[in-house]
Design a protein around this ligand. Structure first.
Ligand SMILES: [Zn+2]
Length: 121
């Protein structure tokens, strides 16, 4: 995923599906706009059905990251509802997860500002 500025996006199932279709590695998709990619419905491990762009790819997290947070380690993708629940319950720190997923400092700084403003937990 792009790491150069605050245009960085979390890796999602949508990126993965597009990479498989295009025969490229996900990291080479940084210049592909999400609106140019198919966005099929998919199911989160929680059972919720949502679109692929809402399922964040957790596979690049360090081994044991989620289990240390009290979350079953088998999750490869998680929907926005699950991630929101993890943040709200204090299981996962939003800034730390973004950092672990490759977010550049500009994005981390923006998340911190939004947290201070009460937009995010
Ligand atoms: Zn979910």
């Amino acid at each position: 995923m792009p790491v150069h500025d605050d245009r960085w996006m979390q890796p999602t199932l949508q990126h993965e599906l597009h990479a498989r279709k295009a025969g490229v590695h996900v990291s080479t998709l940084s210049r592909v706009r999400t609106e140019e990619m198919d966005n099929p419905a998919a199911r989160c491990p929680c059972g919720r059905r949502t679109t692929a762009d809402m399922l964040v790819d957790l596979r690049s997290l360090p081994p044991g990251y989620l289990s240390k947070c009290g979350i079953a380690a088998a999750w490869d993708f998680a929907c926005d509802a699950c991630r929101g629940r993890w943040y709200t319950l204090g299981l996962v720190d939003r800034v730390d997860m973004a950092r672990q997923l490759g977010a550049p400092e500009a994005v981390l700084a923006r998340i911190r500002v939004e947290q201070r403003r009460g937009k995010f937990i």
